[in-house]
Design a protein around this ligand. Structure first.
Ligand SMILES: [Mn+2]
Length: 293
């Protein structure tokens, strides 16, 4: 049984849909790395179920209910990494070409390569990627020999020239789990980082986001939910203490909302969660996006 995301209509194809504002797509894929606890493959279903716990109605706005939002179900299970990239990329392209916002539910962060390819092949120009994440995901290989994992995906996106490093904006990085080579890569390319401690400084935060909004029109926001402190979002595969509060995240996504052409939320791991709070938080990130559109 596929339960649709709260406030949406389940559809089996979107080619014939008209006047669509946004389309939910589940991408239940996770790479095979033995030292991470598996479970993010369960996230799309769990996030949908968790969304149904809520009415979706906000205090001031009708949120998701005032928009035409479809739920296109999940990408096929059991695909290879190339397979998931191809299917996801095709769906993202179709959705963007309909002038609707794809809202992708991962899966681990490695799916972002497929999302980026889909955006780049669409009829909209990808102006900037906003990487909201505890990590940089800029390792060349991680673990050694693996070019396509949650820790290397942004390096692949840049290597494949899908985006210039100067058009990538990092928000929320924290903790002590970086690789020196990726820190150096970010420095050498003068990549812009609003760390988790910078986020606490309202002036710095506003200046950083205002600069994004001044320079760029079409944003792809890739949200790795491990950007939140594990106290707020314990259900992630790579928790990093010292992260953002849920409220800070809402404020950031609200400020970016009107420019978001593609949103992806990855790395929920329901098997590590407590009372589904991480899935419920993701459902509310999505509701809050619609408040701000
Ligand atoms: Mn990540």
């Amino acid at each position: 049984m596929t339960e649709e995301f709260c406030g949406t209509f389940l559809v089996e194809e979107i080619e014939s849909a008209i006047d669509v504002d946004a389309v939910i797509v589940g991408a239940p894929f996770e790479g095979d790395i033995d030292f991470y606890t598996k479970g993010s493959i369960l996230a799309p279903k769990n996030i949908r179920k968790s969304s149904q716990f809520y009415s979706g109605q906000g205090l001031l706005k009708q949120s998701i209910h005032q928009f035409n939002v479809l739920d296109y179900g999940d990408i096929d299970l059991g695909l290879t990494y190339d397979g998931i990239q191809n299917q996801l990329s095709a769906r993202v392209k179709t959705i963007i070409n309909k002038n609707a916002i794809p809202i992708i539910l991962g899966g681990d962060h490695s799916i972002a390569l497929g999302t980026t390819k889909g955006f780049v092949s669409s009829n909209q120009k990808l102006d900037a990627i906003i990487w909201i994440d505890a990590h940089l995901d800029l390792m060349n290989e991680y673990p050694e020999g693996n070019l396509h994992s949650r820790a290397t995906v942004l390096k692949r996106i840049i290597d494949q020239k899908l985006i210039l490093p100067e058009n990538v904006y990092f928000i929320g990085q924290h903790g002590h789990n970086f690789g020196w080579e990726e820190v150096m890569f970010a420095r050498q390319n003068k990549m812009k980082i609003l760390s988790a401690s910078d986020v606490k400084d309202g002036l710095k935060r506003n200046k950083f986001i205002d600069e994004i909004l001044e320079k760029h029109k079409n944003l792809y926001v890739s949200l790795d939910i491990d950007v939140l402190d594990p106290a707020f979002a314990p259900g992630v595969s790579v928790p990093e203490p010292g992260g953002l509060t849920t409220r800070e995240l809402f404020e950031i996504t609200a400020k970016l909302a009107k420019r978001i052409r593609c949103l992806e939320v990855v790395e929920v791991n329901p098997l590590l969660d407590v009372n589904d709070i991480t899935s419920k938080t993701v459902a509310n990130v999505i509701f809050s996006l619609f408040d701000a559109l």
